[in-house]
Every structure is written in C-alpha cells, then in structure tokens.
Design a protein around this ligand. Structure first.
Ligand code: ADP
Ligand code: ZN
Length: 436
C-alpha cells in the first residue's frame, strides 16, 4: 500500500480539483434547493437561485448557515433525503450549548470513512497495523469515524472507546497496538498513566497517534510524542460536516489537508461575512459538496483558522488549514482582553516544571473580572523548596502577562488535583456566566 489512500484525489492538479468542485457544487445546490425548504427560503431571501451558481466562483452568493439555523431546524429541518434512505444519526458533543443532530445515508458514511482512511494512511497506517480507537463511541463522531476508517484501511481495529485507562494501556501492550486514536487531552493522560504504571514508550509498540476533536498546541504535541514515543498527527472535523476526517495531517505536520473533493473551505471575516484571501485569519466555513442526507452549504464553524495553498512536500495538493486556535466561542473576554485557552497552554508547556493539566477560572468581584490559572506541577517540583515554587509562579505570571497582555493570578496546585479528560477537556470555568 502506498503513502496515499487515494493518490488521484489527494495529489490532483489544482485546476482539475476546481473543476471537480464546481461540478459537484452545482449539483449539490440543486439537490438542496429541491429538498430542503429551510435553505431554499434562505436562498430566496437573498435573491439567489440554482441558476446563479455555475461554479465555485459563485459560492460567495450563497447564504451562510450557522449553528443557530441548525438549532432552529432541529431535528429534521435540514434533512435532504427521506429517512428511509438514512442509516445513521450522530450528534455534536454539546461542548457549546444545545446539541445538533446530523444524518447519514450509506454513501455519506462511506465518504466519511474514506476521508478517515486517508488520514490513517497519511499517518503511516496500513493493513499491518493494530489501531486502538480510544475516542468515545456513541453519538459522538470520534469513535465511529476512526473505527470506520480503520476498517477501511484494513487495520486490526481495537474498539476500546475512551476511559478505563489502565486497561487501555494493558491492551495496548498485550495486543501490540501501533496506532492510537483519541483526543489529545486523553493522549496526554494516557502518556502520564504509562509512566505511572512504571512503563516506558519502549514497552509499547505504538508508532503513531491520530488526535483531534479539540484544539491542542504544538507544545502539547511535543509532550505527547515524547511520553508515548510516537509521531502525533492532527485530525479535524465536526459533526455537521460528517465528523473527524474533514482535514488530516501528513508526515510534514504542518497544517491539515482538507478533503476538498468533499468539502469546500473558505475563510471569512466573522463580523462582515466577507471572504478573506489565503493566509488571512478568520472563521472557517465549509460547504459539503457530496453529502446526501445532511448537505450543509456555507456552514460557519466558528473555528478561527488560516488556509494555505503553498505546496506541501508530501506531494498532496489539497489546501491546508492551520491548527484552529479555538472556536470564536472558546474565546474569553477578560477585562476587555481576548484570551484563548490555547495561548495559555503554549506558555505552560514551554516550562519544564509545569504539566499540561491546567484550568482557567474566571469570575467577577467588585465589577472587575477575576482571572486565575491553576497549574498542576510535576511530582519532582512538588518536593522542591518553597523558593523554587515561588520562582516558577513568578515566571509563569510574567510570561502570561507578556503573551496575553493581561495579568493572571497563578495558582500552582498539587500533582493529580486537576480532573483528567477522557474526551474533550474542560479547561475553562467561567463563573461569570452563573452571575449573569
Ligand atoms: P461540539 O461542537 O459539541 O464540540 P463536535 O464533536 O462536532 O461537537 O466538535 C467539532 C468541533 O471540535 C470543531 O468545530 C472544532 O471546534 C473542534 N475540533 C475538532 N477537531 C479539532 C482539531 N483537530 N483541532 C482543533 N479543534 C478541533
Ligand atoms: Zn502534506
């Protein structure tokens, strides 16, 4: 098996890809117009008909869809196929607000799994691999997505789901898992537990990890790679556009290739909706051009990101998206300053004595926002002198100020006092919401 799952698509000439996207977009717009009254109405309100869409150059004419629309149309309002042709439902993990549901025909499931197969292949996976899927199974798309992709590639698939971490590691060892798939925060926890169990990466056969479903920093990647002795690949996706596999990382670990034969990506200015050129930071918008049951056009992900079409040395021509720095709704506004949890993670993981276990607590006292960062220190540090602990506290405090532009109260806490995540990590406790 080669290093691409579908070389013809993944390395397609750009003009050819554009033509393919245009052809699929035109068909998709007609399909939606004919079958989704909710979106048809939106098009009518904007004065657009399928005749106005002759290729991707016309994409900008279409109205956006947002999470609010999905909630509005819940549960069946955006369905484009009769339920008799649908074979699966998934739902968002509800990280931010009410869940939304998405529907799949058999073709939709096949397309999705094919995208994940590309990701697994890009991470070096073949039918000789043992792939341990430790994303949650269920309504969440993580488990099902990686499971399906792993089957497609022909890996020996270990459907572990998340949790029960020691048993996870026991199986990993006994059955010689070579690829681990889970959220990055769970991977970090598994790495920590491996050490606690008195094992080293040499006791495991793992070579690669495919981690996604939440934002994680480059520093976090280095940590996980060290603790598990692997190469860690990012994977991106969202329930609304099928699940993980919308974009995947290659061996260059320098942005995720978007599966453009199925998803057209745009970056827009979140305030004005204006389409931004490559290289500019903005909100990521996806148009699903092959999905049958739940074909969202110009769906606003709220993920803040940058696209690049620079050549990648892996040979793929698919556009790349940078690691999203978080959703616009993950962004905290503290004393008027915008703060992303990922910025805090970057600062912490640059310090040798801090761990990736942290929590951000925001509150309000006397009409002013309070901002505390709780950071777990390492066991070694815990036994250190008070002076060196104070020094660490001061150092973190200074670095946070220079990166965030706002002062945070740093509280170093004992090893193992911050809850570990088996799925998507909860980094922020915003007590202001309770006060509102
Ligand atoms: P929810 O919106 O409830 O979290 P999903 O499970 O569908 O539901 O999550 C999709 C979201 O997860 C994306 O919009 C994005 O914010 C985040 N995400 C997924 N993969 C990644 C990744 N590799 N890096 C950063 N964020 C990611
Ligand atoms: Zn590449």
């Amino acid at each position: 098996m080669g290093k691409y799952w579908n070389e013809q698509i993944e390395c397609m000439d750009r003009d050819q890809m554009k033509a393919l996207q245009s052809e699929r977009l035109v068909k998709q717009v007609q399909h939606v117009w004919d079958n989704v009254p909710y979106y048809r109405k939106k098009m009518e309100e904007k004065g657009v008909t399928p005749q106005d869409i002759n290729g991707i150059e016309d994409l900008y004419k279409l109205p956006f869809l947002s999470k609010a629309d999905l909630r509005d149309a819940y549960p069946y309002g955006l369905l484009a196929k009769p339920l008799s042709e649908c074979v699966r439902i998934h739902s968002t993990s509800g990280t931010t607000g009410k869940r939304v549901v998405a529907f799949y025909t058999q073709n939709d499931v096949d397309m999705w799994e094919d995208c994940v197969a590309r990701a697994i292949t890009a991470a070096g996976g073949t039918n000789d691999d043992v792939c341990q899927v430790a994303y949650g199974y269920g309504l969440f798309t993580g488990g099902a997505g990686l499971h399906g992709g792993s089957h497609k590639v022909g890996c020996l698939t270990l459907p572990m789901s998340s949790g029960n971490t020691e048993r996870q590691i026991q199986f990993m060892q006994d059955l010689g898992a070579t690829i681990l798939c889970c959220t990055p925060s769970y991977a970090a926890y598994i790495g920590e537990t491996v050490k606690k169990m008195g094992l080293t990466p040499d006791d495991l056969k793992l070579k690669a990890g495919i981690f996604g479903a939440e934002p994680w920093t480059e520093e976090m990647r280095q940590q996980i790679q060290r603790s598990l002795g692997i190469k860690a690949y990012d994977i991106y996706g969202l329930t609304e556009s099928s699940g993980p596999g919308v974009a995947f990382e290659c061996e260059c670990q320098h942005g995720m290739h978007i599966n453009e034969d199925n998803f057209i990506a745009e970056i827009i200015n979140p305030e004005t909706g204006e389409v931004l050129p490559d290289g500019e930071k903005g909100e990521l918008v996806f148009t699903s051009i092959t999905k049958e049951a739940f074909p969202l056009l110009r769906y606003r992900t709220r993920d803040i990101c940058v696209l690049t079409r620079e050549k990648c040395s892996c040979g793929r021509t698919l556009v790349r998206m940078a690691k999203p720095m978080g959703r616009s709704d993950d962004m905290l506004i503290i004393r008027g300053v915008n703060v992303f949890p990922s910025q805090i993670e970057t600062v912490l993981l640059k310090m040798s004595n801090a761990t990736p276990n942290y929590q951000i607590v925001v509150g309000r006292e006397n009409n002013t926002d309070t901002f505390e960062i709780r950071v777990e220190i390492t066991d070694e540090m815990f036994n250190d002198t008070i002076r060196s602990i104070e020094e660490l506290e001061r150092k973190i405090s200074q670095d946070m100020l220079s990166v965030l532009g706002i002062k945070a109260k740093i509280r170093l806490v004992e090893p193992n006092s911050i809850p570990r995540s088996e799925g998507k990590a909860v980094r922020v406790i915003d007590n202001r919401k309770l006060l509102d």
